[in-house]
Design a protein around this ligand. Structure first.
Ligand code: AMP
Length: 430
């Protein structure tokens, strides 16, 4: 390498890895609001927060999500840990929550156990608007107890309540039942047979899926396949009696809760562990990646991971997309500037300014205390830039008189206050 090239390399600017991004203020205020709303709503439904590790044995995901799914076969960030065991960054959290349920013997707690989580997930997908390699999910799982349709309906009601509280626009809930271990394989075979008849008319992806996962053909967005897919048999007509009864009851329970849904027979989920109830929620302003939430029932999963037979249902919300949709529809809190900028000059004033900042912050106000002395003109300019509502002016006069000047930046008016009166005044006006 030439000296010049080496220098250039040394000065190389680093950038966030493709598909990852920084979340910055003021946008992070919206993220916090969304997360706080989730904590508040989910706890009213009796859910407790679980935090699971960011990485787990690769085998946990391979076994639960399915070896043949895109997530496991193509998209996981896997690496050998020191002792050669393969570990992966979590592509989702349901498997981890089930592992934790087994590991902590949660089946001996009152059933069902209701848990929620939030945090980053990792999938090596092709990045685009609403699709990232590090993205964030907020999800919940109900594990154990019965598979009563009311549980499915209440979980869905909880997500819809959450979206409603956030004033998410254009929310559309699609539901379906994809049957159980008894009836689904028979339907899948029927579907495969029908697909083979029209194989030549299908695209390469769908042709491949006839063998690997025919249900996923129903997911296809390819324009040329739509008229073919429309003629395929519907799973609703091939559910076993138990599944059909369960599905009808879920719909009834949703109606009792005033939850508006649309039946979508083509809704199948990309992960292997789902059975019976599946659902997806879309929202406005997201283009092609418009699903903000996906979920469903997964009764066999805990057992598959070595636990006792356990019922399960859950969902995962794509937080990035939720935020995007809120931003697109303008449901964004106004960025909050500082409440008070302390413009101080002189050593005596500095001591008073430090004390004032301490008191104001303790009272909950957002305070900017410049670290070095500034001329008042510059200080007021800075206060303006930061969107401060008030400037507290502390100079020699103010300190010796014990009367502090408060300037309202919007109209330029100034009033003098004693320290105690100032706090009272701010409390009333901020
Ligand atoms: P899934 O875990 O695949 O069922 O996805 C649940 C939800 O997570 C989806 O409806 C999306 O909102 C979100 N999601 C999944 N993958 C991504 C991704 N790569 N980037 C952003 N959001 C995603």
């Amino acid at each position: 390498m030439s000296e010049g090239a080496a220098k250039k390399e040394e000065r190389r600017k680093f950038q966030a890895i493709k598909g990852t991004r920084d979340l910055l203020p003021p946008e992070t205020a919206l993220w916090n609001r969304v997360e706080q709303t989730a904590h508040a709503i989910f706890s009213t439904f009796g859910f407790g927060e679980i935090r699971v590790p960011i990485f787990e044995p690769t085998e946990l995901f391979a076994r639960s999500i399915g070896q043949d799914t895109d997530v496991v076969s193509k998209e996981m960030y896997s690496f050998a840990d020191g002792d050669e065991t393969s570990v992966s960054l979590r592509p989702e959290a349901t498997a981890s929550v089930c592992r934790a349920y087994i590991e902590h013997g949660m089946q001996s707690l009152a059933q069902p156990v209701k848990l929620y989580y939030m945090g980053p997930m990792f999938r090596r997908e092709r990045p685009q608007k609403g699709r990232y390699r590090q993205f964030y999910q907020i999800g919940a799982e109900v594990l154990g107890g019965s598979d009563a349709p009311a549980i499915d309906a209440e979980v869905i009601e909880m997500v819809m309540t959450f979206f409603d509280r956030l004033e998410l626009q254009g929310v559309q809930l699609d539901i379906n039942s994809i049957g159980c271990r008894e009836c689904r394989p028979k339907y899948v075979e029927l579907l495969r047979a029908e697909l083979l008849k029209v194989k030549e008319k299908l695209g390469a992806d769908s042709q491949r899926r006839i063998e690997t996962n025919p249900l996923r053909v129903l997911d296809s967005k390819l324009e040329s396949e739509q008229s073919i897919i429309a003629k395929l048999p519907h799973i609703a007509d091939h559910l076993c009696e138990d599944c059909a009864t369960h599905y009808a009851a879920v719909k009834h329970q949703l109606e009792m809760r005033g939850v508006i849904y649309r039946e979508n027979w083509r809704l199948v989920r990309g992960l292997d562990y789902y059975m019976r109830t599946t659902f997806e929620i879309t929202a406005q302003g997201l283009g092609s990646q418009n699903a903000v939430c996906g979920g469903g029932r997964y009764d066999g999963l805990v057992e598959l991971l070595g636990g006792p037979p356990t019922k399960g249902i859950g969902f995962a919300i794509g937080e990035d997309r939720l935020i995007l949709s809120l931003q697109e529809s303008g449901k964004v809190p106004a960025p909050k500037g500082r409440d008070v900028y302390i413009a101080w000059m002189g050593e005596k004033a500095r001591a008073t300014a430090i004390r004032a900042a301490k008191h104001l912050r303790k009272a909950g106000f957002s305070v900017e205390l410049p670290p070095v002395e500034q001329r008042f003109g510059k200080a007021l300019g800075q206060a303006d830039k930061l969107g401060a509502r008030f400037a507290l002016i502390l100079g020699d006069n103010e300190v010796s008189e014990g009367l502090w000047t408060l300037k309202t930046l919007a109209d330029g008016s100034q009033t003098k206050f004693t320290e105690a009166d100032l706090l009272e005044h701010l409390r009333k006006s901020v």
